[in-house]
Design a protein around this ligand. Structure first.
Ligand SMILES: *Cc1c(COP(=O)(O)O)cnc(C)c1O
Length: 382
């Protein structure tokens, strides 16, 4: 079916093709770590203040690198929300670690920091904070718990590029922060991601892991006179072509961000009446979180109402979508992990949530069409 207003359109600012041409015809460099990759790396490092950013083939691979770098071993436990993308868990399950799922907060849909400590055992090694919709988890509390229990922290900041918590970029709090530049994310390279490394002494190990287990990066910096295979590794380098596409978007990051924020605000304003009388709920942004308008969602009364709303919008050629099916209820989640404590909000809140179209090229008129349709739906329910 053709949608008049699709759910997502990949971001495109117009200078991507020029960059691709430069990569092919001027730089003659299309494999990894060429000038465009270095440009993107530097952009993230300067923007976020992290000590090192390494680009990867996907957000999933950034998480996989982070998982390897935490050194988790088979049977070790990793605390994470169940309301997340499967890649958050996959990265650790690949190392035979056990995801221990903890309930979320109903307001931000992020892991409930008050329920983490109770899930800690003597096998716990890592806490994963996933910043849903680019809205920060309670990082002060999470970092404090990690410090007291000597745990590592990985941030799944796939949705949180260009977002911050108390003025500090998301992805820079934990030992490792993972970004995604998939086409559904705010800034895109098709498929791609990056891992942010907080502590400079861990950078070398990360470079080796990323370059097939070789010390090639040190060789290129002239620190050693020949390179060799020194540890296990893989090839996590993205193609220079993908980074050429992304570089155009990073050059226009403020434009993209401000445009998305304006559409997000428009949704919020035009739907505030429905929220005011309690018909729907709107996203909650803590005052100290600067978000990036990655997503605009509303919460309906229940699953039945949500299903009806999605098909009502579909009939009007508007694509709205629900989101994660909690991992602990999925076949792999049941096989590899367990839920700690009570599922008070994870299932209930995920059943009510529906995401409205949100992308860079979405126009104010289109947002208005969507909000009018949502209002029309609730007229039919009176
Ligand atoms: C998009 C996303 C990922 C995976 O990123 P890819 O680049 O698609 O591999 C992981 N975690 C979360 C929360 C995401 O939203």
């Amino acid at each position: 079916m053709e949608y008049a207003i699709p759910f997502n359109v990949p971001p495109f600012v117009g200078t991507e093709m020029e960059n691709l041409k430069t990569a092919c015809e001027v730089n003659h460099k299309i494999s990894g770590d060429g000038p465009f990759t270095k440009y993107c790396k530097k952009w993230v490092e300067e923007k976020t203040g992290t000590s090192c950013c390494l680009f990867t083939t996907s957000g999933t691979d950034a998480l996989e690198m982070a998982s390897h770098l935490t050194g988790v071993e088979p049977g070790d436990e990793v605390i994470m929300p169940s309301y997340t993308f499967c890649s958050t868990a996959d990265a650790f399950v690949l190392r035979r670690a056990v995801p221990v799922f903890v309930d979320i907060r109903p307001d931000t849909m992020n892991i409930d920091e008050n329920k983490i400590e109770d899930a800690i055992t003597d096998r716990t090694k890592v806490i994963v904070a996933m910043h849903y919709a680019g809205v920060g988890c309670e990082m002060d509390a999470i970092m404090d718990i990690a410090k007291r229990h000597h745990l590592m922290v990985v941030e799944d900041a796939a949705q949180a590029v260009h977002a911050s918590y108390k003025g500090k970029a998301l992805g820079t709090f934990g030992d490792f922060g993972c970004y995604s530049f998939h086409e559904t994310k705010n800034y895109s390279m098709g498929e791609g991601g990056a891992v942010l490394i907080r502590d400079p002494e861990k950078v070398e190990e990360a470079e080796i892991l990323r370059e097939k287990g070789t010390n090639r990066s040190q060789f290129f910096r002239g620190q050693i006179d020949k390179y060799t295979w020194v540890n296990f590794g893989s090839s996590y380098l993205p193609s220079e072509l993908n980074c050429a596409y992304l570089a155009a978007q990073l050059d226009n990051a403020d434009l993209i961000n401000n445009t998305r924020l304006a559409r997000w605000e428009q949704y919020r304003e035009e739907l505030s009446e429905l929220a005011g009388d309690g018909t729907i709920e709107l996203p909650y942004i803590p005052s100290y979180c600067e978000h990036n308008a990655h997503m605009f969602y509303i919460k309906t009364k229940d699953l039945e109402e949500r299903t009806a709303l999605i098909s009502f919008l579909k009939e009007r050629k508007i694509y709205a979508a629900f989101h994660y099916v909690p991992l602990h209820t999925s076949p792999a989640g049941r096989k590899f992990g367990r839920f700690h404590g009570k599922d008070e909000y994870t299932t209930k809140e995920s059943d009510r949530l529906v995401r409205l179209p949100m992308y860079y090229s979405l126009t104010p008129d289109q947002v208005h069409t969507v909000t009018q349709a949502v209002k029309a739906f609730y007229e039919t329910r009176k």
